[in-house]
Design a protein around this ligand. Sequence first.
Ligand SMILES: Nc1ncnc2c1ncn2[C@@H]1O[C@H](COP(=O)(O)OP(=O)(O)OP(=O)(O)O)[C@@H](O)[C@H]1O
Ligand SMILES: [Mg+2]
Length: 250
Amino acid sequence: MSTSPLVEIRGLKKQFGSTRVLRGIDLTQVRGECVALIGPSGCGKSTFLRCLNQLETHDAGTVRISSLTLTAGETLHGRSLQQLRQTAGMVFQQFHLFPHRTALENVMEGPLQVLGTPLPEATALGRELLAKVGLTDRAHFRPSQLSGGQQQRVAIARALAMRPEILLLDEPTSALDPELREEVRDVLVRLGDEGMTMVVVTHDMELARRLADRVLFLCDGLVAESGPPDEMFTAAKTDRAREFLRRVRA
Ligand SMILES: Nc1ncnc2c1ncn2[C@@H]1O[C@H](COP(=O)(O)OP(=O)(O)OP(=O)(O)O)[C@@H](O)[C@H]1O
Ligand SMILES: [Mg+2]
């Protein structure tokens, strides 16, 4: 088995016009590791995540995810882009489910349309993944008939249906009422325990604490501090991280 890291990022930079959002981010992540990105609003967390599956292209630096290398300024096309999106599955704050499809159909869509999985296998996989996120009894409900927490769990199952090597999650619990957050946290923590590699951008410190092996604090386009959640949340070294954590927990 390969021991090289799943993700290797060196000096990633991104600017919009004259605004330098990311000024040189490094990240090395091994398989099975969960990394949480925290930091003030507007510091570039979503931009960073979006650069990893080319919803944005980065301007400088090197990015490698599994066997795929992303070159600064260049967008992948066709099969290579599909391979990247398959390797790095994305889960968004606002779920982005197909509104007219059932939960099961949402999960089956990628395997059927993109991977060419035969219907019986796609159906079996869809049911298996809905069971995994605790939604066996909601397979035939449409998104409008599901709670936010249930919709997000469908979105996670849908991402898993593409057999990703890593999941990129942008504030997966932020659109949810506090009482629904826990069910999504539980699903993600279980996935992490099963060995899924994840990068999660979050303002939900409880999620970061439970899920992450390592927390990265982003500030002014750089990783200002990183460490295990226990250390970071009890004894942050930089003033900025301490100040940020004090505010988000107030
Ligand atoms: N497509 C874009 N065009 C121009 N500026 C952008 C674009 N996307 C993001 N930005 C700017 O880049 C900066 C970082 O945005 P980003 O969405 O990555 O922040 P964030 O850390 O995810 O914030 P939040 O915690 O509020 O979600 C912001 O100043 C934002 O206005
Ligand atoms: Mg964001």
